[in-house]
Structures are given as structure tokens and as C-alpha cells.
Design a binder for this molecule. Structure first.
Ligand SMILES: Cc1cc2nc3c(=O)[nH]c(=O)nc-3n(C[C@H](O)[C@H](O)[C@H](O)COP(=O)(O)OP(=O)(O)OC[C@H]3O[C@@H](n4cnc5c(N)ncnc54)[C@H](O)[C@@H]3O)c2cc1C
Length: 495
């Protein structure tokens, strides 16, 4: 197996997009086969080694950054099989964990199929998107990654293989899973007994629900319970046609009214994505797109799947809804063909790039939120975000998945003092979202950066439930230590 330990080779593995700078590792392993991966994790009587799993480093929470552990890079396990067609409506694509999401989506589309999960950043590995239960704009219609996974092959700490198909192992009435491993034999495992928040997206801590499927415990567990080596993805037919649009509003109330209408199915329109840009995001984007209307208080980006036959009717309905909510119709941007749609997609992707430029000029890190709340509490959180930032005089932008009541607030500090003040505010924002019945993370996960806040969601007891699950599957505590569960909680015997 390839192993590298020179500084030039390992440097890239000490980073993701979180700006966490304290990572260090003795070296990086690059397994080229699943057998090599399993061999690496095998208990061989020697002192167990600790490992951190590395995807492609686009994570935002420091999840792949090793704190002294060896790194396992998944990049050589990148096979993508041809789709296996099950019916007119379903196909399965088997992929290895290190395959790039972008390549998977291209390959699916080339044969007329579609893999819906679409975190904005496509240069991520599929295994990481499963480990993080990633979601994105299209999750409004299609849900998160877990809803599109039929099977995963997991290599457990210790080297055992667990090949899990959806439906093959479910928790009994007491919340216990029973399964057998090739080497370790029979295993019983108790799901955590906390209740997850009633938000439309949630990605904080281990999944737990009555009668749940064991596969869902691993999906979203951020590499703390095993290494995902391979997966069967569920594909659906590629949508025949698409309409994308960026629609501006002169008031936030009109914008909220429009989002409400879009979400009512009886209005005859069924978007797959409903995204938001606040005035400040548009102000930043105006550097590259000077024609954006200055009177816009905010914009909604939507994507509608249609057919060539239904295009016109969908556009009529869209314009009617826009008019009824006083949209700035003349300034809105409707993209009907692929070329124009890719220009609009580029517009959306320019925002994080501009934020990064801004931060590197200031030599500072942003403070960003990933919370979601139940629908009826969303406006309260939205106003709280904006009022708090205005009161502090922060530079900030607010954007993201408004269809799922899930926005990202990015506070952009101009100096160290503002950064420290923004950190204090972050804690208050978390407390507010949790008090509204929300979640700490709707999509980016907890990683190392947000582990200390998770106790606010599940209390000490919930953290202990997760520690118990972790220790059942990883008794030597070798895998992705520090992700989700603070490392100190794992080390306390009776925690
Ligand atoms: C500009 C930008 C936009 C983004 N937008 C979104 C978005 O809309 N929605 C969203 O959900 N996320 C988003 N993300 C976050 C990120 O893209 C996802 O979290 C993605 O899943 C990370 O993939 P990666 O391969 O880069 O993983 P890494 O950052 O390398 O690793 C992420 C985590 O996964 C673990 N891991 C990696 N591979 C495996 C494996 N095979 N088995 C078990 N654990 C593993 C790692 O240990 C780590 O904890 C965005 C990121 C950026 C930079």
C-alpha cells in the first residue's frame, strides 16, 4: 500500500475548508483495494493505531483533519460502475467511496439517469457525502443523501466488513439492532434514545428513530463508526427539461409570501430547489454582476423540473405567482436552456468564492451557521440573525436553502476583535435556534468545530448515548476521534 510521510505529501491532508489549523499526522495511507483498507484497520495484536479518514477536503467542519492520527485517504478507491437498470424508473449505480460526485453525476446523466443529491460543491467524494449525509439545493424536493442510498459496504474499526442493504437490519421495539460480523460474531447495538428535532433537514449527531434501519446509523455518522468503502446509489430518470430563475423582491415580506406560495402544491408549481440571497449577498455579487437591481432586498433562486410540453404552462404559473407577490419581474433572470442555466449556476457558485476572496484580503476566518428550525419558527430566527448582526455592526451575508428553513449566516470579521465578538454571537445564535426547536446542523455536520455545541441539542445524556454506540463499534477508539463527540467525552470511562 502507498504510504507517504514527507511534509509536502501530507500538508494537504491537514486542511479542509474550515480553516482549522491545528492538524498534524505521522503519515497518510492510500489503500488501493478494499482488502488493503480492511487490512489497515485489522486488529493484529499490536498497539492500535488511530486513523482519520480523508475525502477530498471540501468539508467545512474540520472532520477530516487529523489531530495526531494517521490519515486514510480514500482517493484511490474511485471505481464507478455502469448503472444497472431495475425498471423504467429505477437504476442502481455501484461506486467506491473515493469517486468524485461530479463524475458520478456526469456518468449517470450520460446514460439517461439522475442522482439527485447535490451539495453545492461537486468536487467531493461520494463516500464523504454519505458519511456526512450531505444535502443541498435539490434537497427541497429530493431530501438528503440518505434517501438515495440502497446499500453500503462498511469496514469497521478492527477490520470487519459489514455489507448493509437498506431493509436488511432494523431496530426492534426496544431500539436494539442484532447482526453478525464475519470475525467478531454476533453484535447487539442499542440506538440512542433521544428525539431528533422536527426540522425538514437535520444532520447533527447519530440518526435515531423508532424502527430505524441500521444503514441510517452509519449514514451521517461522519466516519466515527466505520469507513464507507462502497455504495449502491439509487438513480431516477433524468428530468426532461428544467427552468431556473433568479427572482428579485423589493421587500422581505413579499419574498417570504412568494416562498410560501411556492411551497403550496395546489399552486401547480413544484420546485426542486428554493434558495435565498439577501441584499448583502447581492451587494457582494454585484462586483461581478453589476446589473443586479439595486432596489432588490433579496432574491429567490428556483429550479423547476418540467417537460418540453409543460414548459409554457409552468412559466405562466411562475409569472402569475411572481406578480401576485410584487416581484421585480423586469429585473428577474429566467434561464431556459442549458447554457443560460450554467451561467446562473455559476452566479450562485460565485458567492462562496467572493467570500473567500474577502476573507483572504482581511486575513480572517468567517463564522458561519448551519442551523435550521421548524417552519413556523423560521421567520423568528431569520429576524434574529439580521437584527443581531446589525446591532453588532458586523459585515455579514445570509443565503441558502430557504425552502428547508435553512440559511447560512456568514459573519465576515474585519479584524481579530470582530472575530472574537462574532464567536460570542455564534453561541447566542445556536441557543436561539435550539430554543426554537431547531438543529445545530442541517447539512454540513458537526466535525470537530461544532462538537462542543452538540450538548446543547442532546444534553449530557444524549452525548452519553452516542458514546455508547461509538464504543460498541469502535472499542479501541481508533476512528475519526474528535468528530461529533468531543474527544474528552470518549476518554471519560463513566461519562
Ligand atoms: C463551497 C462549498 C459549498 C458546500 N455546500 C454544501 C451543501 O450545499 N450541502 C452540504 O451538505 N455540504 C456542502 N458543503 C460541504 C462539503 O462539500 C460536504 O460536506 C462533502 O460531503 C465533503 O466531501 P469531501 O470529500 O470533501 O470530504 P472531506 O472534507 O474530506 O471529509 C468530510 C468528512 O467525511 C469523512 N469521510 C470521508 N470519507 C469517508 C468515508 N469513505 N467513510 C467514512 N467517513 C468518511 C471525513 O473523515 C470527514 O469527517 C460545501 C462545501 C463547500 C466548500
Amino acid at each position: 500500500m502507498i504510504y507517504k510521510h514527507d511534509q509536502a505529501s501530507i500538508q494537504g491532508f491537514l486542511e479542509d475548508t474550515s480553516n482549522l489549523k491545528t492538524g498534524h499526522t505521522p503519515g497518510v495511507f492510500f489503500p488501493e483495494t478494499v482488502d488493503e483498507l480492511a487490512g489497515l484497520l485489522k486488529r493484529d495484536g499490536a498497539e492500535p493505531r488511530r486513523f482519520t479518514i480523508a475525502g477530498n477536503g471540501t468539508g467545512t467542519t474540520g472532520g477530516r483533519i487529523p489531530m495526531g492520527d494517521y490519515v486514510i485517504s480514500m482517493q484511490k478507491l474511485d471505481r464507478i460502475d455502469e448503472p444497472a437498470v431495475l425498471s423504467e424508473k429505477h437504476a442502481i449505480m455501484t461506486v467506491q467511496a473515493g469517486a468524485l460526485l461530479e463524475n458520478i453525476q456526469i456518468k449517470a446523466e450520460q446514460s439517461g439517469w439522475f442522482y439527485p443529491p447535490d451539495p453545492t460543491e461537486k468536487l467531493c467524494f461520494i463516500g464523504s457525502t454519505i458519511a456526512n449525509n450531505s444535502s443541498g439545493a435539490r434537497s427541497f424536493k429530493y431530501g438528503s443523501t440518505r434517501e438515495h442510498i440502497a446499500r453500503i459496504l462498511i469496514i469497521l474499526p478492527g477490520g470487519d466488513r459489514l455489507d448493509l442493504s437498506r431493509g436488511s437490519c432494523k431496530a426492534d421495539k426496544q431500539g436494539t439492532f442484532h447482526f453478525t460480523l464475519p470475525h467478531s460474531g454476533a453484535v447487539t447495538l442499542q440506538r440512542p434514545d433521544y428525539r431528533m428535532p422536527a426540522t425538514s433537514k437535520h444532520n447533527a449527531g447519530y440518526f435515531s428513530k423508532e424502527g430505524m434501519d441500521l444503514i441510517d446509523l452509519f449514514i451521517g455518522s461522519e466516519g466515527t463508526l466505520g469507513v464507507i468503502a462502497e455504495a449502491d446509489l439509487m438513480l431516477i430518470p433524468r428530468p426532461a427539461s428544467l427552468i431556473s430563475s433568479l427572482i428579485h423582491f423589493g421587500t422581505i415580506d413579499d419574498l417570504f409570501g412568494f416562498v410560501k406560495l411556492l411551497k403550496e402544491p395546489e399552486n401547480g408549481i413544484s420546485p426542486r430547489a428554493i434558495e435565498f440571497f439577501d441584499k448583502n449577498s447581492l451587494g457582494l455579487l454585484a462586483q461581478k454582476y453589476p446589473d443586479l437591481p439595486r432596489e432588490s432586498e433579496g432574491a429567490i433562486f428556483i429550479e423547476l423540473e418540467t417537460t418540453p410540453e409543460s414548459d409554457e404552462a409552468a412559466l405562466d404559473t411562475l409569472f402569475t405567482l411572481m406578480e401576485s407577490c410584487n416581484a421585480l419581474t423586469d429585473n428577474s433572470w429566467v434561464a431556459l436552456d442549458r447554457e443560460e442555466q450554467s451561467r446562473l449556476r455559476e452566479f450562485r457558485h460565485t458567492l462562496p468564492l467572493l467570500v473567500n476572496d474577502w476573507l483572504s484580503r482581511q486575513k480572517e476566518s468567517k463564522i458561519s451557521t448551519d442551523m435550521a428550525v421548524p417552519g413556523d419558527r423560521f421567520r423568528e430566527l431569520f429576524d434574529f440573525y439580521r437584527n443581531s448582526c446589525e446591532q453588532e455592526g458586523f459585515v455579514y451575508i445570509l443565503f441558502g436553502h430557504i425552502g428547508n428553513e435553512h440559511l447560512h449566516l456568514n459573519i465576515l470579521p474585519r479584524n481579530r476583535e470582530e472575530f472574537l465578538l462574532a464567536k460570542v454571537l455564534y453561541r447566542k445564535l445556536v441557543e436561539k435556534a435550539l430554543a426554537l426547536g431547531g438543529t445545530l446542523s442541517a447539512e454540513h455536520g458537526i466535525g470537530k468545530l461544532k462538537a462542543e455545541y452538540l450538548v446543547g441539542l442532546y444534553q449530557e445524556r444524549g452525548i452519553m448515548e452516542m458514546v455508547r454506540v461509538k464504543k460498541s463499534l469502535d472499542p479501541d477508539l481508533i476512528l475519526n476521534i474528535g468528530n461529533i463527540i468531543p474527544a474528552a467525552c470518549l476518554e471519560t470511562e463513566n461519562h
